[in-house]
Design a protein around this ligand. Sequence first.
Ligand SMILES: [Zn+2]
Length: 406
Amino acid sequence: MSSSLIQLECGCNNYPWGKKGKESLAAQYAASTPGGNFKLDESKEYAEMWCGTYPTTPSSILSTGEDLQKHLNAHADQLIGPSILKKHGTDLPFLPKILSIAKALPLQIHPDKSLAAKLHKQDPEKYSDDNHKPEIAVALGKFEVFVGFKPLEKIEKLFTTIPVLKEKFGVKGKLEKEGLRELVGKILGASDEEIVGVYEKLRGMKKEEFGDEGHITDLLPRLAEQYDKSDPGNLVALLTMNFLVLEKGDAIFVPADGIHAYLSGNIVECMARSDNVINTGFCPRADRDDVSLFTNALTFSPSSGEDALLKPTSSNKGVYGKTKVLAPPMSEFNMLVTQLGPRDKETIKAIDGPSVILVTDGKGTLKAGGEVQSAKEGYIFFLGAGTELNVTSDDGLELHMAYCEA
Ligand SMILES: [Zn+2]
């Protein structure tokens, strides 16, 4: 028998869009692991802490140093549980992360299952998975994000009334989905000079000229400073995508093939087990993937900012009503969010599958399967299938718990 409540040691990656040194919440969390090996380097960017078993940044068991996936393989029946074993095998089917975002992430989509299978077959080095990667992002504070396309009428209005856009991209009449696909392709395929030309013209416009989309004026120079005036991501994001400013607790769902680019903030992210991505903007030209690969795969969901939001609902898994659930329309995971005040408690009923718990605020105690562990912001735990979890807080405690149930 393995213990069911296992504290993990998780690694961070250093993508250049991450926050630097101890400014990064991901780095702070990695550094908070008691007795862990992580050494925070103030000169490095820390973008993402990965809390799972994906092989490029695998988590290990804090007390023994053993690789978590190896441990799960050896105790699969107990820890993964028979129903999830049957459905997804021994690999943890989901991957939670903490992201600390200082500047825009590449403008991206994650291919759906059939495209992922095809790309993986063609180029397994670059596309490491044959799986889809729908994801959710939950704000831990102010979170700025571009997600999905604006309603078509809004895009049409910009491209048919602003002279430089009208002239350059030639949107005629009513804009339909396929017309939008073509338009995005045109922007992404334009030369650096053409993009800079459009950028300069838009920069010269007054806020009022953008109607109810005044954020375009504010964000144009900010984005250009992060990458370059010549980056087509600036135009795709500002002119065609929804821009949302979320507050702590707000969440979005990005389906497979859904266009997105996160701009700033600290978030909890969770996705199906995959690391496939197609990038076309907010990155150097050399790192951009093929424009037609990107545009052909694009989906038009979500179709408005409101449509991208994933609303929490109350969960019957929390016995004392302190727990909500974020349930994206996919089977690999849901996420429970438990919030306790001072000297408060919650019991989370046994889940018929594996869970990963991220302590995202406060301090307290977790009890499960006879084990008692102290919990503190930044600590990460694996919880085995079929185990009830008792949570108590000191001055307050917040948990994000990703789980998979058949
Ligand atoms: Zn993504």
